[in-house]
Design a protein around this ligand. Structure first.
Ligand code: ADP
Ligand code: MG
Length: 240
């Protein structure tokens, strides 16, 4: 589905990502864990081209995203992103938040976009809020609307950057339940998270990021039960 080769990113003299080469298959759920400041967000932002990598390549379903002549906006439609801070449009209703992308970018009719939006809002459990505005929703509801908005674009891949970090503890589980359901349905996802129990249960693989790269990767069992490298061990030990 998506592959990076020797991906690197610098901010001025600070090298944030160096030489990241990974391959993620259709239907995989990857949780990305690691200390803050190790480039987890930057990695996701490079994958969906919110940041321009300084070197290396990204290939999405056979299309080289960084090659000259590639239509970046087409490629980006295939990659959804869900942020810690929801990023809903405050001046638009829930329905309009979910339909604006499909209408403007996928050229769907209003009726078709609204029908799909209603299905998706039902799927994430906020159907009754269809005519509300973001500031009338709880954090958990906002994040579920953000997930519905993302799904409405029919992405091949969804990137989640700490989707529950801004939520009260009582709302974390309702958002994780939605992500778990998408995993069961076979959605390909990369999830930066501090929810270790969730990461362990939902993921096909775990990427532990440190020192500007994927320092260690493996199955949840490998990473949580028997990490091979020093820093992974220290991190896993500390969060226990
Ligand atoms: P993480 O998500 O793992 O906490 P980030 O990807 O946010 O890490 O940041 C990695 C490093 O890059 C940090 O040292 C951060 O300060 C730096 N960084 C992130 N974004 C920028 C930016 N736009 N300009 C300069 N430095 C940045
Ligand atoms: Mg981050």
């Amino acid at each position: 589905m998506i592959r990076t080769e020797h991906l690197s990113k610098r901010y001025g003299s600070l090298t944030v990502l160096k030489d990241i080469s990974v391959e993620i298959a259709d239907g995989e759920v990857i949780s990305i864990i690691g200390p803050s400041g190790t480039g987890k967000s930057t990695f996701l932002r490079c994958l969906n081209l919110l940041e321009k990598p300084d070197g290396g390549s990204i290939t999405l379903n056979g299309t080289a995203l960084l090659a000259p002549g590639t239509n970046i906006s087409d490629a980006r439609k295939k990659i959804g992103m869900v942020f810690q801070g929801f990023n809903l449009y405050a001046h638009l209703s829930v329905l309009d938040n979910v339909t604006i992308g499909p209408r403007k970018l996928l050229k769907k009719s209003k009726a078709e976009a609204e029908q799909k939006a209603e299905e998706l809002l039902k799927l994430v459990g906020v159907a009754e809020k269809v005519n509300s505005f973001p500031d009338e929703l709880s954090g958990g509801q906002k994040q579920r609307v953000a997930i519905a908005r993302c799904l409405a674009m029919e992405p091949d891949l969804i990137l989640f950057d700490e989707p529950t970090s801004a939520l009260d503890p009582t709302m974390v589980s309702e958002v994780l339940a939605v992500i778990r359901r998408l995993a069961k349905e076979g959605m390909t996802m990369l999830i930066v998270t501090h929810e270790m129990e969730f990461a362990r249960n939902v993921s096909t693989r775990i990427f532990y990021m440190d020192e500007g790269g994927i320092y260690e990767e493996g199955t949840p069992q490998q990473i949580f039960e028997s990490p091979q490298k020093e820093k992974t061990r220290a991190f896993i030990h500390k969060i226990r």
